[in-house]
Design a protein around this ligand. Structure first.
Ligand code: ZN
Length: 429
């Protein structure tokens, strides 16, 4: 089957069976039942708004008896966006989850520390780990039932080899471990890796966390609607699962799409039956390349920069929060856990670094180098302060906070951004 055959089949299925897509394509005067090679490029995009507008069943393309599970995500507006899966859809997604370079086997014990409630995230690792023959510890999200003290005990006493969580969790765990007199790098000898998702991760923060825990991080990239779209290989690159999806990069300025380059990622699943994913705009700004990789895979590589709304202009150049994060953790490599937050005003960054008491002196020694790196790499002037633990975030409060928080690291002066306190809910994946 050629890619065009696969696209014609899935788009035809969507057109015949998903009422919302049928109406959308008819309104655009595109008829997928008479396929031509340029038809796909003429299909209107599916957006997050379509998912909301089609609620609850407008994108459902199979008989209800074929639906095995319905998941749901809700963004900042709280409007629900459903995600339906057949049994076959689930099998395909679990298979894909095992493409990740972490290479799970029956010897692994996988500590699943992401939400099970309605999102796909925990379920995809839970199912994939069991498929690989591994043992699962289904800890789930932070909650009153799962305070950090208990999570840390589970991680250690059941000898987890792989943690599955958001990157920020590894920082929180490390701080909790240090407070309990444990060294994350020494006192969890079975832990070999973490598969992380749900947050954009800079290369320097990845190295920082790897050093902190003495493990290897394998990012996973995806969303509840699409499930996993890509993951890290053994060589550390983030690959897209291009045998399962058609990936396009949309230039928002011109509206044109290309297989590579920088722009918004657009995805089409070749396989999804219950809720076809056709030209779905992820909302993430990415760079996709076909660079060769030491791992030998010819899957494209992707770097995720963040949401379009996160983009800042500093001195005439684009800066994403992840770029600031990369400089911050590059300068602080080897320090104890540090949380950062900042406010940007023109080309000036007011930066707060929250360090542990034991680590504060070391962080202070790095601030001059950090300021120089911010100036050199991002053209930012900066004022840096080191603040004590609990200024921005307390672990006890954390467990009580809204369950699906994501850190908001950077705000822009005068634009009503929220101050980072590690409790704000940013755009969800
Ligand atoms: Zn690779």
């Amino acid at each position: 089957m050629t890619d065009q055959d696969r696209l014609a089949a899935i788009v035809g299925h969507a057109y015949r069976n998903a009422p919302h897509l049928r109406a959308k394509y008819q309104a655009a005067a595109v008829d997928p039942t008479s396929w031509s090679d340029d038809l796909f490029e003429r299909l209107p995009f599916t957006t997050k708004d379509d998912l909301r507008l089609a609620y609850p069943e407008g994108l459902l393309a199979v008989d209800r008896t074929e639906v095995a599970v319905v998941h749901e995500s809700s963004g900042t507006t709280g409007e629900p966006t459903p995600a339906y899966f057949t049994r076959g859809d689930i099998d395909e997604w679990l298979d894909r989850m095992l493409f990740n370079g972490v290479g799970l086997t029956e010897r692994d014990v996988v500590f699943v520390k992401t939400p099970y409630s309605m999102l796909t995230t925990a379920h995809q690792m839970h199912g994939a780990a069991q498929r690989a023959g591994a043992t699962v510890i289904p800890a789930g999200n932070r909650s009153e039932l799962m305070p950090y003290s208990r999570a840390l005990r589970l991680l250690r006493d059941y000898r987890a080899t792989v943690a599955y969580c958001m990157p920020v969790e590894l920082m929180l765990f490390a701080r909790r471990a240090l407070a309990a007199g444990l060294d994350p790098a020494e006192d969890f000898p079975d832990l070999r890796a973490a598969v992380v998702n749900g947050e954009v991760l800079s290369p320097a923060k990845k190295r920082f966390l790897e050093n902190l825990w003495s493990i290897t991080l394998y990012p996973d990239y995806g969303s509840t609607e699409t499930t996993t779209l890509g993951g890290a290989c053994r060589a550390g690159a983030l690959h897209l699962w291009s045998e399962r999806f058609r990936f396009e990069v949309l230039d928002p300025a011109t509206g044109s799409c290309a297989p590579h380059g920088t722009g918004e990622l657009v995805v089409t699943s070749y396989h999804r039956r219950a809720m076809p994913i056709v030209r779905y705009r992820m909302g993430d700004i990415v760079t996709v390349t076909d660079a060769s990789c030491p791992c030998g895979s010819d899957r494209p590589q992707v770097r995720v920069h963040g949401r379009e709304a996160d983009r800042l202009r500093v001195g005439g150049r684009d800066v994403f929060p992840i770029d600031v994060e990369d400089v911050v953790y590059g300068a602080l490599h080897g320090c104890e856990p540090v949380f950062w937050s900042g406010e940007v005003d023109g080309d000036h960054l007011s930066l707060e670094l929250e360090a542990t008491e034991a680590g504060a002196a070391q962080v202070r020694e790095r601030t001059d180098g950090l300021a120089a790196a911010l100036k050199d790499r991002l053209g930012m002037r900066s004022a840096i302060s080191v603040v004590p633990p609990g200024t921005r975030m307390t672990l006890d409060r954390q467990a009580e906070q809204e369950a699906m928080f994501k850190p908001v690291y950077l705000r822009t002066c005068g634009q009503g951004g929220r101050t980072l306190d590690y409790t704000g809910t940013s755009q969800e994946h």
